[in-house]
Design a protein around this ligand. Structure first.
Ligand code: MF3
Ligand code: CO
Ligand code: CO
Length: 253
């Protein structure tokens, strides 16, 4: 049977941490450039420069043919938004920045969603709070001897609390020396318990929550995932190392 999780060596973990740290710095630096009037293509070019200046390589570029440096998903776009010259950010938008960095064989993968403007309206605030809070709950559950399902359950409980919908067609994943490694980390409880968490496992936990339906579709560009009802979607992602002590979040700055 195929191996259903990856335990990374201490040498690999050093590189993964370096990559994850750079991805986190880049994520927050790119977020400073999100303002009305900027195109998502401009943001992507800025992202490319920032990642290169950190000594990293854009891990998403050419991944299964993906054409951008990072993924930029606006409003009803859930994930995998392709940067575009004609997509101009405006006040009131929410913009998800998903950043992947390869550094000396380690991979960092992290995302956050930012509101463009001063104070978000109540529904957007609820969506952003729910998604970010669920990620924190998922990270807290990423303890040795818990199962992947404990993470899923923690995330799903927060979605329920805020009455938002959990995207089911895309999930978190192992991450470390490849962008996507086993196991899958769903943001909802499934029939499978999933592997028991062990030291050396590195997971990318990434809740995607919607204000309306959980249903999504992929646009004709073959990448951009959108909500079926056109309502807003948010996405936050951190990488976490399972240890014998507390889980160690690798993508905090
Ligand atoms: N960053 C995404 C994830 O969190 C994967 C992006 S792959 C790409 O798993 F090809 F779309 F860039
Ligand atoms: Co990501
Ligand atoms: Co990911």
């Amino acid at each position: 049977m195929a191996r259903d999780f990856v335990i990374h060596t201490p040498e690999e973990i050093i590189r993964i941490k370096e990559a994850a740290k750079r991805a986190a710095i880049a994520r927050d630096k790119i977020a400073e450039y999100v303002r009305p009037g900027v195109s998502t293509k401009e943001l992507d070019m800025i992202a490319g420069e920032i990642i290169a200046s950190l000594g990293g390589r854009c891990a998403f570029l050419n991944y299964h043919g993906y054409p951008g440096n990072i993924c930029i998903s606006v409003n009803d776009e859930v994930v995998h938004g392709i940067p575009s010259m004609t997509r101009i950010i405006k006040e009131g938008d929410i913009v998800s920045l998903d950043v992947g960095v390869e550094y000396e064989g380690g991979i960092g993968d992290t995302a956050r969603t930012v509101y463009v403007g001063q104070e978000p309206p109540e529904d957007i605030k609820r969506l952003l709070t729910a998604t970010e809070e669920s990620l924190e709950a998922g990270l807290k559950a990423a303890k040795v001897d818990n199962s992947v399902r404990s993470i899923s359950a923690a995330i799903e409980a927060v979605a329920r609390k805020y009455s938002v919908a959990v995207v089911r067609d895309f999930v978190g994943h192992g991450c470390g020396t490849k962008l996507h490694e086993p196991p899958e980390v769903p943001n909802y409880v499934t029939l499978r318990k999933g592997p028991v968490l062990q030291p050396g496992m590195v997971l990318a936990i990434e809740p995607m929550f919607n204000l309306g339906t959980f249903k999504v579709f992929v646009r004709g560009d073959g990448w951009t995932v959108c909500t079926k009802d056109g309502k807003m979607s948010a996405h936050f992602e951190h990488m976490v190392l399972i240890t014998n002590e507390q889980p160690e979040v690798l993508t905090r700055v």
